[in-house]
Design a protein. Structure first.
Length: 289
């Protein structure tokens, strides 16, 4: 298959991008890494009249320590995040999740902003962003606004962005001292989208759990914040018994669908198993084991 006819433009500044979006929305689409959009265009599931290529906008690719958070430009490649010592040390959950994304050639072209804006329910970055309560920095010709990750994803392949808006930066909270994080997922083959996945981060003060962050992917129309599971660990601490109870709560919180890869029941079952596994492993890491 070949894409429908479109006009390709390659701006070099953010202002040019915003001007083009303001003029051509909603008929324009943004090209970041192209790992999702190009196949959709080839199958004519997406037929933009104008394609705005961000690959020459250098101001959108960076990773910066912003105090309590890392500021990551939307065009930062997934492979760059995977190789970043700053990300590994400051946000180990984001770093670990990156290693689960598809294959090396995909990560070499794919971008964090492209993954988040695409909002695939099975993707890793949306789950991490919801678990950690990241903030999306969005620009348009009308100005800037910031959207929390839990409000950013509104459905399958759908976000809260307007057609003339551009995701420019992601603010990712840094892991506090004595934190442990884990990303786990199960896929039919290495590199496939997850049947179910869990992002978890736990923080201790002394012997007490003082923060729990959990979200799931592949088990709903978008990333699922596992609030009930978090509440159990915050209230009762972390041990094998409470991890099992939190896992049951996590399985009850998700709303998976059935497809040719797995039934809804199986995905719910996987959610519980991986939630318990992720919590216990994150706790071990937080305690330095």
């Amino acid at each position: 298959m070949k894409p429908a006819v479109f006009h390709h433009v390659a701006p070099t500044t953010i202002d040019e991008v915003l001007s083009l979006l303001s003029e051509h929305a909603p008929d324009a689409r943004i090209l970041a890494g192209g790992q999702s959009l190009v196949p959709l265009m080839n199958f004519r599931l997406s037929c933009p009249s104008i394609l705005i290529d961000l690959n020459h906008v250098q101001d959108l690719a960076y990773t910066r320590d912003d105090g309590e958070a890392l500021a990551i430009g939307a065009m930062t490649r997934e492979r760059t995040i995977e190789n970043s010592d700053l990300v590994r040390q400051a946000v180990p959950l984001l770093h670990e999740a990156t290693s689960y994304i598809a294959h090396l050639p995909i990560r070499s072209r794919g971008t964090i902003g492209g993954s988040l804006a695409n909002a695939d329910p099975a993707a890793e970055y949306p789950a991490v962003s919801v678990a950690l309560d990241c903030h999306m920095v969005i620009w348009s010709a009308r100005g800037e606004r910031r959207v929390r990750a839990r409000d950013f994803f509104v459905g399958v392949l759908t976000t809260a962005m307007e057609p003339d808006e551009l995701l420019v930066e992601i603010l990712v909270p840094k892991a506090p001292p004595r934190s442990g994080s884990v990303f786990v997922e199960i896929a039919r083959r290495h590199g496939d989208f997850a049947l179910a996945g869990i992002a978890a981060q736990i923080t201790y003060s002394g012997d007490d759990v003082v923060a729990v962050h959990m979200a799931a992917c592949g088990v709903g129309p978008g990333p699922v914040k596992l609030s009930a599971a978090e509440d159990i660990i915050m209230r009762d601490g972390l041990n094998e018994v409470t991890a099992k109870r939190a896992a049951k709560a996590a399985a009850d919180e998700v709303d998976p669908s059935s497809d040719l890869h797995a039934t809804a029941g199986y995905r719910r079952h996987l959610t519980g198993i991986m939630a318990s596994r992720a919590l216990l492993r994150a706790g071990e890491r937080a305690r330095g084991h």
